[in-house]
Design a protein around this ligand. Structure first.
Ligand code: GLC
Length: 498
């Protein structure tokens, strides 16, 4: 493999497509089933020296893969991926209903990792949440409603919902997870109710509800068997849960300069129902960098809420998903994009986008990561820069401009930011061998342990190119159903044009 140097745009795009279609995608039972996480130097190197688990098909790494395949009309591959994941949905007593982090075919057999083989034995709650979102996007884009009506698909959806809609010790609508349960799959003080998981939960509840509604309103021609029995009031309970979750996120996670001033003046040690400081948070937990970062008109969803210990770090993916799934109102999306424009020297810098800001350092790094050398400050998950994140921001900004009332001046600034960021990918990625991530406060050094020819770097670039240069209206590709549409009592048409 040679780098493409300073070739013109068209040949770089073509090179990325060749890498993707010919080296990253793999087949199972005669059809593409997804892509491996990183392309090995040569197929021989892959079999003689397996590179940890980067030769496996990760569900999360395949989110951009499936989004891209949908934009290219490769529906059969997306359906095969979804069906294969369903076959691997856990049936064990303790984990029934979860989807694996990754899987691989070995001698004709699928072998899955649910965390029992992962470094540090981390679980990935995001894979399970993504499945419903991808399944809904597939049905919406391909028009294949019959897929959603199949009894085993509906059963899979019910088993997923069983994981959420059950009694527990907490009554908050957030999903409580251990450290490292999503893209950040190492200890980084992201245990409890991290934003990314909550935004995904919101999107997946609405997607699951949309898929249930499609099956319950199906015509005989769309049915391939009996309807799978749906527990009483399941649809309404799912919608009520999503509604509560959104209210909770907007109340406890959303900050702007006004809300911070209210937070700073709250009393503590309150008991009972009508109180202002439910999580008993001390003013001193609010970091000083926040004032500058928010400015007068910026806003974002903070990283986590826990009793006494909120996490004010900015997590890029969770915020982009909050916009993409409309957890945020259109005004709040304006404030979020304004914040990103204002802080682009941090977030975009030399390589879009920084995964979170600011890094954990010193004693925090030692205690909270367990001296994790891969996650040193400004490295990897700890404020490193990941090119695979730019497509989420591009999608969020474009759909906001297309679907909501928005600030025109801001939209122009955002477009400039995206163009600059795209140019960075275009010039840097071929030179840097499509690396997985970049380190340092400006993100200009290739990550110390970064894999090269990382699939989501390659396909993320292809998606940004597609949204900005080919078909901006595809920015709605991962749209989830709107709560008010599902609640309206009207039949639900998943079509993008409805
Ligand atoms: C790393 C990343 C994780 C990704 C995996 C495969 O473990 O932290 O998010 O899914 O590599 O690329």
């Amino acid at each position: 493999m040679t780098s493409s140097g300073a070739k013109p745009e068209a040949s770089i795009v073509q090179f990325a497509q060749t890498l993707f279609y010919e080296r990253a995608l793999v087949s199972f039972e005669g059809e593409w089933v997804g892509a491996i996480a990183a392309i090995p130097k040569s197929p021989r190197a892959a079999s003689s020296q397996p590179d940890l688990n980067y030769g496996e098909i990760f569900i999360r790494d395949n989110v951009p893969v499936m989004a891209y395949l949908l934009t290219q009309g490769h529906y059969a591959a997306v359906r095969h991926f979804l069906e294969t994941c369903l076959r691997l949905q856990s049936n064990d007593l303790q984990t029934k209903g979860i989807f694996p982090t990754s899987f691989i075919e070995i001698n004709g057999q699928l072998v899955a990792d649910y965390g029992q083989r992962a470094i540090g034995r981390v679980v990935s709650a995001d894979a399970t949440l993504w499945w419903a979102i991808l399944a809904h996007a597939y049905v919406r884009q391909s028009g294949d409603r019959a897929f959603a009506c199949q009894p085993h698909v509906q059963q899979g959806i019910q088993e997923f919902l069983d994981l959420i809609l059950h009694p527990s010790f907490r009554d908050a609508p957030t999903l409580y997870v251990p450290d490292g349960a999503f893209m950040i799959d190492r200890p980084l003080d992201v245990w409890g109710a991290p934003l990314e998981i909550q935004a995904l939960l919101y999107g997946s509840l609405l997607s699951a509800a949309g898929l249930i509604k499609i099956a319950s309103e199906s015509t005989p021609a769309e049915l391939t068997g009996d309807l799978y029995p749906i527990p009483d009031n399941r649809l309404q309970k799912t919608l009520d849960y999503a509604h509560r979750l959104r209210r909770y996120l907007l109340k406890h996670y959303w900050v702007n300069s006004k809300t911070v001033q209210v937070l700073r003046r709250r009393p503590t040690e309150q008991y009972g129902d009508a109180i202002e400081n439910e999580h008993n948070i001390q003013t001193e937990t609010i970091p000083h960098w926040l004032q500058d970062w928010l400015g007068d008109r910026g806003g974002y969803l903070i990283g986590n809420i826990r009793t006494g210990r909120p996490d004010f770090r900015f997590f890029t993916l969770g915020n982009c998903l909050g916009a993409n799934f409309d957890v945020l109102s259109s005004k709040q999306q304006d404030a979020l994009f304004r914040l990103i424009v204002q802080n682009q020297s941090n977030l975009v810098a030399q390589m879009p986008l920084r995964i979170c800001h600011p890094p954990l350092s010193d004693a925090d790094w030692r205690r909270k990561t367990g001296y994790d050398r891969k996650n040193l400050p400004w490295c990897y998950h700890n404020a490193g820069h990941w090119p695979c994140l730019l497509w989420f921001l591009t999608m969020g900004a474009l759909r906001h401009q297309q679907q909501h009332r928005h600030d025109q001046q801001l939209a122009t600034e955002m477009s400039q930011l995206l163009d600059t960021a795209y140019d960075r990918l275009l010039t840097q990625l071929p030179l840097q061998n499509w690396a997985e991530y970049f380190d340092g406060p400006t993100g200009s050094w290739m990550g110390q342990q970064a894999r090269l020819y990382q699939t989501w770097t390659i396909v993320g670039f292809l998606l940004v190119h597609h949204f900005l240069k080919v078909n901006p209206t595809d920015a709605g590709i991962l749209d989830v159903p709107k709560l008010q549409d599902l609640n309206s009592g009207k039949p639900w048409s998943a079509s993008p044009r409805s």
